[in-house]
Design a protein around this ligand. Structure first.
Ligand SMILES: Nc1ncnc2c1ncn2[C@@H]1O[C@H](COP(=O)(O)OP(=O)(O)OP(=O)(O)O)[C@@H](O)[C@H]1O
Ligand SMILES: [Mg+2]
Length: 461
């Protein structure tokens, strides 16, 4: 469907020229020579774009602009001014104009601006449609933890957040709260009102990830029936969160680097440069420096991302936060299940505080949810905790494994190795001399929630 443009201009030569030029681009053009006529048309029909002369015989262009924005706050208006009226032009942008053109202007500049404006229009619609993925980021307020280590990480988070477009790399073991921190960066930044968009780099095959990130032009591949903007474009004016950046295919890394450095990119199958204003926040639980050494992660991209860097400490290095977090998750779960918030029995507290929490905050959350289900709202006792936590006291120091089935020894050994590797299955599988798949099957079989991979990327609860 052609886009409809309203040209408001009292100089008939300019008006007709504009009509012709834009008509040739395939747009449908309406014309008005007074403010009153323009407003009447504007209220009667839907326009994708309005080109508005600021000097009109009856009303001031600024007044027309205001009225248009009042009747439709999404109205996209480009104002045209004579060169000396720069201040009026600026006032009109403040009043909600998308941009301004100084007269006399080159037709090429006009075409370029119209194209950009219409593009913005399409993107805005797309963003509205995808408001789920651009959902509000959680603020730092809901974040629990007062240990020195965690407070320090939060302090860095605040400082980095304020530095508008500086890229950030968040590192930490699985489940430490990297995504929460990333959301806080957005929420505390000057971009908070802009979109928050997440992309999990390990979730999609290389080709799909590329078109998801950069978008594609119509006809870029067989299924590309229409142009589709990438998440980079949807994040314009806001923050793009690249989760599991360590899993980004080597082939895509230079493209991302270029987008980071220049804030421009090309859609898949496209030639033209698309410009954006996006802050990149990436997270990983992998050792990117080691990956740089082995050549699986580009050094230049690593340094570019790591301008602002935040290390989220594992839970075992901030034991002072364990009980507060446990109560927080318990309260949250109780609210969801419509139960009264139960207290933690005195005997449970030291068990929680001394456990190693290889799955960090996420593991703790799962443990508390499960305990609440088992207790049904009564006080949480040791017997409501998983065995590896409740039996730790008797487990410790006992060099004798006792007379237990072989299978039990295997189970305990796998557990220990997994914990030693901080939940990293690739590493654990290597140490155990089994494949990652075998390890995953065992973990599923034992029902170790904290080591079971989440199904849906970005579906954070
Ligand atoms: N300090 C905190 N206060 C409150 N909730 C937290 C905190 N840290 C983590 N959580 C919660 O713990 C869970 C795991 O956190 P998150 O998803 O941010 O971790 P992650 O580091 O991104 O994990 P992964 O590496 O597995 O992707 C989430 O439900 C999150 O809300
Ligand atoms: Mg995460």
């Amino acid at each position: 469907m052609p886009e409809r443009i309203l040209v408001v201009e009292d100089d008939s030569t300019i008006r007709v020229t504009l009509g012709e030029v834009l008509g040739k681009l395939g747009h449908e053009i309406d014309q008005a020579d007074t403010g009153a006529a323009a407003l009447e048309l504007f209220r009667a029909r839907d326009y994708d774009l309005v080109l508005l002369d600021l000097r009109l015989p009856d009303l001031s262009g600024l007044e027309v602009l205001k009225q248009m924005r009042e009747s439709d706050e999404q109205a996209l208006v480009v104002v045209m001014t004579a060169y000396p009226e720069v201040r009026t032009a600026i006032a009109s942008v403040k009043a909600g104009a998308y941009d301004y053109l100084n007269k006399p202007f080159e037709l090429d500049d006009l075409r370029e601006l119209v194209k950009r404006a219409l593009e913005t229009r399409r993107l805005r619609r797309e963003v509205a449609r995808l408001s789920v993925s651009a959902a509000r980021a959680a603020p730092v307020e809901g974040m629990v933890g007062s240990s020195t280590a965690f407070a320090a990480a939060l302090e860095v988070t605040r400082k980095i957040a304020a530095a508008g477009r500086v890229p950030v790399l968040i590192r930490g073991e699985s489940g430490t709260g990297k995504e929460r921190i990333a959301q806080a960066i957005h929420a505390l930044s000057p971009r908070a009102a802009g979109p928050w968009v997440t992309l999990n780099c390990s979730a999609l095959a290389e080709g799909l990830l590329e078109s998801e990130m950069f978008g594609h032009e119509k006809g870029a591949f067989t299924d590309a029936k229409t142009m589709k903007p990438g998440l980079l474009e949807l994040a314009n004016g806001g923050t793009l969160f690249l989760d599991e950046i360590g899993d980004l295919a080597l082939a895509l890394q230079p493209k991302l680097l270029r987008a980071l450095e220049t804030q421009t990119f090309r859609r898949v199958g496209g030639q033209k440069e698309v410009r954006v204003d996006v802050r990149f926040v990436a997270a990983t639980n992998r050792d990117l420096e080691a990956m740089v050494r082995t050549g699986t992660f580009r050094e230049d991209l690593y340094y570019r991302l790591n301008v602002g860097s935040i290390d989220v400490p594992p839970l075992r290095e901030r034991r002072a936060d364990i009980l507060a977090l446990a109560r927080h998750f318990l309260a949250e779960a109780a609210r969801t299940m419509g139960l009264a918030e139960p207290r933690l029995d005195g005997a449970v507290q030291p068990l929680l505080e001394s456990y190693s929490w290889p799955g960090n905050a996420r593991e703790l959350r799962n443990v508390m949810e499960r305990a609440l289900i088992l207790s049904g709202g009564a006080p949480i006792l040791a017997l409501h905790l998983p065995r590896e936590i409740s039996s730790r006291a008797s487990d410790r120091g006992g060099a004798e494994p006792g007379l237990v089935p072989l299978e039990e020894i295997e189970r305990r050994h796998i557990r220990r190795v997994l914990e030693a590797c901080g939940g990293n299955k690739t590493q654990a599988a290597k140490l155990l001399g089994i494949t990652r798949l075998t390890l995953r099957n065992k973990v599923n079989e034992y029902g170790w929630q904290e080591f079971i991979e989440r199904g849906e990327p970005g579906a954070g609860r």
